[in-house]
Design a protein around this ligand. Structure first.
Ligand SMILES: Cc1ncc(COP(=O)(O)O)c(C=O)c1O
Length: 383
């Protein structure tokens, strides 16, 4: 019966991010630099809030858009921290992680034949939903512009088929963030066109040194912007599966229909935990960031010392060094490094063809593993 399966589904590849993570477990001394989640535990008070909800039998369905109290916490969080406002009643939907939010959102807006622009290299979680909707991905190559989208190039790619542009800053996989000036010139292009802007800012709380600037803080984008977010990365809550989508009320009504038909609602105990995270545990990301910054500096210095080239990342917990000087494909680099030194990294090609010639190294790992992993990478490349 395999021939009866949807052809687009058959063509979807298992994400390249997972391939090497699955293989490294066979080595007892393996070091895994493919990890896309914080290596911290969920804060104690957040865990307690989830446990209390279960004990109190708060284990049923919630409103389809999520508990109104949680939606209020989400709305307050962005108002307090970033000074923009989305109404908790009708402009916030709580989803099963950012992933479900992205999928529901893309299926809400896309029709067959539409085009979606992705600055690439980029996270691999958008493309399958775009293609399953019958739409087409158009890449905006950022490799010549230090992984920052060039506004003129963006302008050239927009045509009558363009339905949306997706941004993800701080970026997975590059760790790059956008400055105010860079955002201003991108927003100037976006505001001229009737296209949706989807900004996945799931790593916003992991921004180092500078302040994160949200696309949602631009009033001129208010009627076309969807903000995708969640507590997975900010509060080490990947397994709780809580994300959120924010947007203008009339658009969110449409998103809600898709969300409620695929999920009914997000897990209720997890919603209570997320509420605690966003109200009483706002300091958690800062604590994690101190550790991330120390590791980032160490990894950066070591890699540059070995001859890799890259800009120092300013957010998320990834490095995306160029491996061009080694003359290997990113897949061969990752395969040989794994086989010879038992260190797993993600080939850049997992983040679109524009990621070829790079590898992603996640430093969401202990300093001890990082030091040992860097020693092994050094040994590998000097061979
Ligand atoms: C850019 C980006 N967006 C979304 C997600 C998915 O987040 P969630 O676990 O909340 O579904 C990830 C996970 O790695 C990610 O890197």
């Amino acid at each position: 019966m395999l021939n009866k399966i949807n052809n687009t589904v058959k063509k979807i590849q298992v994400p390249g991010i997972r391939v090497f993570a699955n293989q490294v477990v066979q080595y007892k001394d393996g070091i895994n630099f493919t990890i896309g989640e914080p290596d911290f535990s969920t804060p104690e008070s957040v865990k307690r809030a989830g446990i209390e909800a279960i004990k109190s039998n708060l284990t049923g369905y919630s409103h389809n858009a999520g508990l109104v109290e949680l939606r209020k916490s989400v709305s307050d969080f962005f108002r307090d921290k970033y000074n923009f406002y989305y109404h908790p009643e009708d402009e916030v939907v709580i989803t099963n992680g950012a992933s479900e939010g992205i999928d529901s959102l893309l299926r809400t807006i896309l029709s067959v034949g539409d085009e979606v622009i992705l600055p690439a290299p980029i996270y691999s979680g958008y493309e399958p939903s775009i293609e399953l909707s019958g739409a087409k991905v158009v890449y905006l190559d950022t490799t010549e512009t230090n992984f920052i989208p060039d506004p003129e190039q963006l302008e050239r790619l927009i045509n009558e088929k363009t339905k949306a542009v997706i941004f993800n800053y701080p970026s997975n996989p590059t760790g790059m963030t956008l400055s105010k000036e860079q955002m201003d010139s991108i927003v100037a292009v976006l505001s001229k066109h009737d296209i949706f802007v989807i900004s996945d800012e799931i790593y916003s709380e992991n921004t180092f040194e500078s302040e994160h600037i949200s696309f949602a803080s631009y009033p001129e984008l208010r009627n076309k912007l969807f903000l995708v977010h969640g507590v997975s990365k900010s509060h080490a809550m990947t397994g709780w599966r809580i994300g959120f989508v924010l947007g203008q009320d009339e658009l969110m009504k449409q998103v809600l229909k898709v969300h409620l038909n695929n999920s009914i609602c997000a897990s209720l105990p997890s919603q209570f935990a997320a509420m605690e995270a966003l109200t009483n545990s706002r300091v958690t990301p800062e604590i994690m960031n101190e550790a991330y910054m120390e590791r980032r500096d160490y990894v950066y210095d070591r890699l540059v010392g070995m001859g890799f080239t890259m800009s120092k990342p300013s957010g998320a917990f990834y490095m995306f060094p160029s491996i061009h000087f080694l003359g290997l494909t990113s897949f061969d680099f990752a395969t040989q490094l794994l086989e010879q030194e038992h260190v797993a990294v993600v080939p850049g090609s997992a983040f679109t063809t524009h990621g070829e010639g790079y590898v992603r190294i996640s430093y969401a790992n202990s300093m001890e593993n990082i030091v040992e992993g860097m020693n092994r990478i050094e040994r590998f490349i000097t061979k």
